[in-house]
Design a protein around this ligand. Structure first.
Ligand code: DAH
Length: 430
């Protein structure tokens, strides 16, 4: 079981196994990676009606214009306006936001245990090349994470980073050897209380030299793996107090051996991070062939949901004062007091799917229409008839975190969903 529902990290082989029977992956830690899809054609561009069009965003002082990221002229481009508008939000750089408070608490742990030897980066642009996001960290050419179904492409060679590991190689090449990289990451994904197409990760990286492990008399890989585990167990205690934890072996393309750390929290094992000893090729590419290194990637929303008792991942994006006023700089672990919960509204939709149908594309259509008013999207029934046609029935849960929705409004959303689904996804409504 993992903290992000149970979806395993996109890059871990286990994620394929962890698919739940309805095809929706559950919660993983470092990520929200979808593992279901093979290849799916890009979703035809939506008319982005619901979202006010943001024409430019500022990322760490650099202005990025909408037309360079949401591109109607490029068939590979699958970035909707709703995602573009998130690029400049930088929740991790807000000291009074749970994500920023958590980042600072992790910084404090590293500063006090490693006498400030870890450099910190939190304003690297989320727009990266496919080389940075995939090739530099040895993600195989046919890996599912490269598909248009899972990743937001700006063009065929540029993506919105889907993990902070995208910065490992570039920082190593620039000579950095101990660092923490925090940033927003983007993944096309399912819809429920623990999945959102934008979330935040922190990457940690630490390079060792022969004198470090020679003294210990240990083999370099064992030395790095033990150091890594000690560091992360300390971090988990720093954040959670004395908790039960366990290590689980896993697979990532960029590390060997690879592990996940789980902590026992509220009667469940939660996956809180992915990590491992960095593949030697990655170090070699940066001229560090005589060294060994460890790395980790942790998902900040997952941790923050547990630490602050935040029940729905959409809360992180609200500007409602009843949420924002509950958190203060440096106040780790303040428990969120839910304000009145508004009633949900359930709507079902059934259709015959086509070969190109994917759930991520369906989720994107629904989010494009309902935005944060959609709380969950669940496959509740499926069957194949004698002619070989497959029917899916989904339940859509609409709920605002800020107000009651009217029947009229929900009916209108649902009718738009029905229209768009037919037009964009090549399915036949039942
Ligand atoms: N990038 C991985 C993910 O998002 C998480 C991760 C695993 C990062 C292992 C690492 C690592 O640096 O060593 O699923």
């Amino acid at each position: 079981m993992t903290i992000f529902s149970v979806q395993s990290t996109i890059f871990s082989r286990a994620s394929v196994v962890l698919l739940s029977s309805n095809g929706f992956k559950r919660f993983s830690f470092a990520s929200s990676f979808s593992s279901s899809a093979v290849y799916s054609p890009p979703l035809p561009k939506m008319k982005k009606r619901r979202y006010p069009i943001v024409s430019a965003v500022d990322i760490g002082g650099v202005t990025i214009s909408r037309n360079d990221v949401v591109r109607d002229d490029d068939p590979t481009n699958n970035v909707p306006d709703s995602i573009f508008s998130k690029l400049g939000m930088q929740l991790h750089r807000r000291d009074k936001h749970p994500i920023g408070i958590l980042k600072n608490a992790i910084y404090n742990y590293f500063d006090s245990n490693y006498s400030k030897k870890f450099e910190k980066f939190d304003d690297l642009s989320p727009i990266v090349t496919t080389k940075q996001n995939f090739d530099d960290v040895l993600v195989p050419a046919d890996h599912v994470s490269r598909s248009l179904n899972d990743t937001y492409y700006v063009d065929s060679q540029t993506v919105l980073r889907c993990h902070t590991s995208a910065h490992q190689a570039e920082l190593l090449r620039k000579g950095h050897t101990r660092f923490l990289v925090t940033g927003d990451v983007y993944r096309r994904d399912s819809i429920d209380s623990t999945h959102y197409p934008v979330f935040h990760q922190m990457e940690g990286f630490c390079v060792f030299s022969p004198e470090d492990w020679n003294e210990s008399g240990k083999d370099s890989t064992l030395y790095a793996a033990e150091d890594l585990k000690k560091c992360l167990e300390g971090l988990a205690r720093h954040l959670f107090g004395s908790v039960e934890m366990r290590w689980v072996d896993t697979y990532f393309p960029f590390t060997n051996p690879s592990f996940e750390l789980e902590i026992y929290f509220k009667e469940d094992w939660l996956e809180v991070l992915g990590c491992g000893v960095t593949e030697q090729v990655i170090l070699k590419q940066s001229g560090l062939e005589n060294n060994v290194a460890w790395a980790f990637g942790l998902g900040l929303e997952r941790l923050a949901m547990v630490l602050f008792d935040i029940p729905d991942i959409r809360f992180f994006w609200t500007s409602d004062e009843r949420f924002t006023s509950q958190f203060g700089k440096g106040e780790l672990g303040v428990k969120f007091k839910p304000y009145s919960k508004y009633p949900p509204c359930y709507k079902d939709i059934s259709f015959w799917i086509s070969d190109s149908f994917t759930e991520n594309n369906f989720c994107e259509v629904v989010r494009g229409i309902a935005g944060d008013l959609v709380e969950e999207l669940k496959l509740i029934d499926q069957f194949t008839n004698k002619k070989g046609m497959t029917s899916h029935c989904y339940r859509i849960v609409f709920r605002s975190m800020e107000r009651s929705l009217t029947d009229e409004e929900v009916n209108d959303l649902q009718s738009k969903v029905r229209d768009e689904v037919q037009k964009k996804l090549n399915v036949e409504l039942r």
